[in-house]
Design a binder for this molecule. Structure first.
Ligand code: EPU
Length: 385
């Protein structure tokens, strides 16, 4: 169907197939505008008609309700990419929201532009990247993102947000803290290092590169290949033949707690107590590596301010839910305890019930309350996980 502003508006579009978890109902209306002008038109139309507004990228970090989404779902479809030389050592790259994320990473690596290589294999589209400040293997978007172009749905006005306005944190940004649909990302801007080498901060990545015959600094292509290989072993690369990858990636964020709380958790769950010194490293060396890997005790990532980030996957396993746990249509991935998977025929209500079950078991086993990472779409204004 063609809408009033010349936009192609589709009706009753099933959304399960547009998400990586594969659950949820239909969009009442859906539109795929290309470019900022068309996006502004789509937002204005929704406002004029009083339709609730939703934005969907690659659908890899959302749970859509079984009742579907009323109003209008916008799927930004612009894929333009522009590169401009800043100086000898830096390139600015502007990319539209509808561009596939991993294709962008692949292109930067091929062009010897450093800064995104460890973010290889993350599913989804560019527009979603700043919302939760995507991160993996020692890099996060905030390391290279300098600006995000955003439309305010309430006014229909586009503006460029700088870092002070974006307020990136761990899996956080001002865009995520705002309510769903209130802002639409149209484009992101990155500052990448020309002829740079890979960032090797994550222990597991360093190990892999060493086995592959690379040291640090490693070439970008080697780092990308290593990250993709690691992600595959964890089913964190979408592969239609692998049910373990029918997920929304990590389902819970890694919780941050005070040092003393971390000690209690370790004592309770048998992970041994590791105390941090003033420099933020542990006396037994357990958490000196950025990823805590190679430790026998509880992984802990000191944040230097008396706070410690714990591993949600480890907590889940220690609380009795090992990889592959769960009998029903939703369970834990057989390759990573932090991914909830749809084994086939699951509903959003199954995902919600299982996620709450995992949270409750971890809470009773450790006193740590896990927070979900994906966004819940269409669960109602009163919904809280
Ligand atoms: N672990 C377990 N069981 C598991 C998996 C891991 O006990 O099944 C423990 C191990 O001790 C391991 C530690 O957890 O050393 C950390 O595991 P991993 O390196 O896989 O990282 P993660 O903390 O579980 C985070 C991100 C991932 C990102 C990886 C790599 C969050 C919520 N998740 O996972 O991001 O790919 O680090 O950097 O921060 C995502 O956000 O969707 C995502 C996949």
């Amino acid at each position: 169907m063609t809408g009033s502003a010349g936009l192609e508006i589709e009706r009753d579009v099933p959304l399960a197939g547009l998400t990586s978890l594969g659950v949820g109902g239909a969009a009442e209306r859906l539109v795929r505008p290309v470019g900022e002008t068309r996006l502004i038109e789509a937002i204005a139309l929704a406002r004029a008609q009083g339709w609730p507004l939703w934005v969907l990228g690659g659908g890899s970090n959302v749970v859509v309700a079984d009742s579907g989404l009323p109003g209008l779902v916008i799927v930004p479809a612009g894929r333009r990419r522009r590169a401009a030389l800043v100086d000898d050592r830096h390139m600015r790259v502007d990319v539209e929201a509808g561009h596939d994320w991993d294709e962008l990473v692949e292109w930067t690596v091929a062009g010897q532009l450093a800064g995104l290589e460890c973010l290889s294999g993350i599913p989804g589209r560019v527009g979603a990247a700043p919302i939760q400040n995507i991160g993996a293997y020692g890099q996060e978007l905030a390391d290279t993102c300098i600006e995000v172009r955003v439309i305010d749905s309430a006014t229909g006005i586009a503006a460029s947000w700088d870092l002070s306005r974006l307020r990136f944190g761990y899996r956080e940004s001002a865009l995520k803290r705002a309510s769903i649909g209130s802002f639409v990302v149209t484009e992101i801007s990155l500052l990448l290092r020309r002829h740079g080498r890979a960032t090797v901060r994550y222990g597991e990545l360093a190990d892999r590169l060493r086995v592959d015959g690379y040291g640090d600094p490693a070439p970008l292509a080697a780092a990308r290949a290593a990250v993709l290989a690691i992600r595959k072993t964890k089913a964190m690369v979408i592969d239609r033949r692998d049910t373990d990858s029918r997920s929304a990636g990590s389902f819970f964020v890694n919780p941050t707690v005070a040092d003393a709380v971390a000690d209690q958790v370790a004592e309770r769950l048998g992970g041994g107590v590791t105390r941090t010194d003033g420099a933020g490293t542990t006396t037994d060396g357990a958490a000196k590596r950025a990823d805590g890997a190679g430790t026998t005790g509880m992984p802990r990532y000191p944040r230097g301010d008396g706070q410690v980030k714990l591993s949600a996957a480890w907590l889940i396993e220690r609380c009795g839910m090992t990889k592959g746990y769960g009998e029903g249509p939703v369970g834990l991935s057989g390759k990573h305890a932090l991914a909830l998977i749809n084994r086939g025929g699951a509903k959003a209500s199954d995902v919600l019930a299982f996620a709450r079950h995992v949270r409750d078991r971890v809470a009773s086993g450790s006193d740590v309350v896990l927070e979900p990472e994906p966004r819940w779409l269409g669960f109602g204004a009163e919904f809280s996980f």
